[in-house]
Design a binder for this molecule. Structure first.
Ligand SMILES: [Zn+2]
Length: 411
């Protein structure tokens, strides 16, 4: 059996946490930031040290390749190194470093796979800087509308093209980051679980059955700014109570849709934003997800029509704009089968669970079959400074990944 070095893997996880570290122990490592670059450069160094062939594509995705006995489509494995604002040390890096450790261990133990294995770190998975998550994998899968590369802006007005340029990538050649369907044999990602299911069942790892599809929208409700003290209640055109009604409808719509629907308003901004001024406008974000695309779309439609009705009833104007969608995917039966075999060798229960969170695999599924392994996360926590997965659990996940890769790539 492949022997992975869980200690080395965990030391590296701790080392990466310095990039974008915050006093509360969390990290803020935005897409295409200096912090993401520093973390990625560090991993590139470890890839080279492990004897992998290191390269980056035109948008800055990092690859480290272990040659196989023969040419052919490589098995791809990895995750991302960026984080949400004030995130944790495991969401993303755990997957990149499990992949690197599994491949480094193979190399050290003289295991040469039949097909090549490539470790990847995708840029900008989180969508916290640009309103476009899974950025790196969307270029790889050809899902990103390259013509909009100079138009998509972060909140401070920097375009994606400029951000790529200052990252050292080459936005003019962004199209070359796309690979053809079949370019890879399979994609396998390790990620921390983002709910408490594994912890509740007392299991170190789980096999993912599918990934929910998300729909992200923004909405603006416009009224009239006036003096908070002078303007009588019945004469106001205040967008804030309308926004509040919409927020409550988002919660109701998701609750009544089904157990796998999730809907969130995570961003609200009133303008001008002063205690003694009735807002002129309120901007909201909507994030609606489901494992079932039709159910998700029905929820989006319900929220949109409620939004329009509230604006009309209150004499306000407003619009909702679709920013981004991703299609729900089922993990590949073949890859899941290989993982179940690998789980038997590693000695863990092949427990299957769905992913409510979206991952790069949702894009990579357009290129090749996809599978995912979840690691038990303390209190099911993610996107928070308190993210924690034990050394032992990271080790078991890496072991399961390694055995999966050996089987997928062949001996
Ligand atoms: Zn992640």
């Amino acid at each position: 059996m492949l022997k992975v070095n869980a200690e080395r893997l965990n030391q590296r996880l701790a080392f990466l946490s310095q990039f974008g570290s915050r006093p509360d122990g969390g990290v803020t490592r935005y897409a295409l930031s200096a912090e993401e670059k520093a973390a990625t450069d560090t991993v590139a160094g470890w890839m080279a040290e492990a004897g992998l062939e290191v390269r980056r594509d035109a948008v800055g995705n990092l690859f480290g390749r272990l040659a196989g006995k023969r040419q052919g489509p490589a098995v791809l494995t990895g995750s991302h190194l960026d984080s949400v604002p004030n995130g944790g040390n495991y969401d993303g890096p755990a997957g990149v470093l499990c992949a690197l450790e599994a491949v480094a261990a193979m190399k050290e133990q003289g295991i040469v796979p039949a097909l090549p294995i490539e470790v990847v770190s995708f840029i900008g998975e989180e969508g916290s800087r640009f309103a476009w998550g899974l950025l790196g994998s969307s270029f790889l899968a050809g899902e990103f509308p390259v013509a909009q590369i100079g138009e998509l802006k972060d909140r401070s007005g920097v375009t994606l093209a400029d951000a790529l340029r200052s990252y050292g990538a080459n936005p003019e050649a962004a199209r070359t980051a796309k690979v053809e369907p079949g370019a890879y044999k399979a994609y396998v990602e390790v990620h921390i679980e983002q709910s408490g299911l594994l912890e509740a069942r007392g299991l170190p790892v789980g096999i993912v059955s599918g990934i929910a599809g998300m729909c992200q929208l923004t909405g603006v409700i416009r009224g009239r700014a006036e003096h908070a003290g002078a303007c009588p209640m019945e004469l106001r055109r205040d967008p804030m109570p309308a926004a509040a009604e919409v927020v409550l409808e988002v919660e109701r719509a998701a609750r009544e849709s089904g157990p796998s629907t999730r809907a969130t308003v995570g961003f609200v901004q009133a303008r001008p934003g002063a205690a003694n001024v009735i807002p002129e406008s309120v901007e909201l974000s909507f994030d609606i997800r489901d494992l079932d695309a039709e159910r998700r779309d029905a929820c989006v439609e319900r929220v949109s029509s409620y939004f329009r009705a509230v604006c009309e009833r209150r004499g306000l104007s407003g619009e909702m704009v679709l920013q981004h969608t991703s299609t729900p995917i089922r993990c590949d039966d073949g890859v899941v089968g290989v993982m179940r075999d690998a789980a038997a060798v590693v000695g863990v229960e092949p427990f299957e669970l769905a992913s409510g969170a979206v991952h790069d695999g949702a894009n990579v599924a357009a290129v090749c079959p996809v599978g995912m392994i979840f690691l038990r996360s303390r209190d099911g926590l993610s996107h928070a400074p308190g993210e924690f997965t034990s050394v032992e659990d990271v080790g078991v996940g890496c072991q399961l990944l390694g055995e999966t890769l050996v089987r997928l790539a062949g001996a």
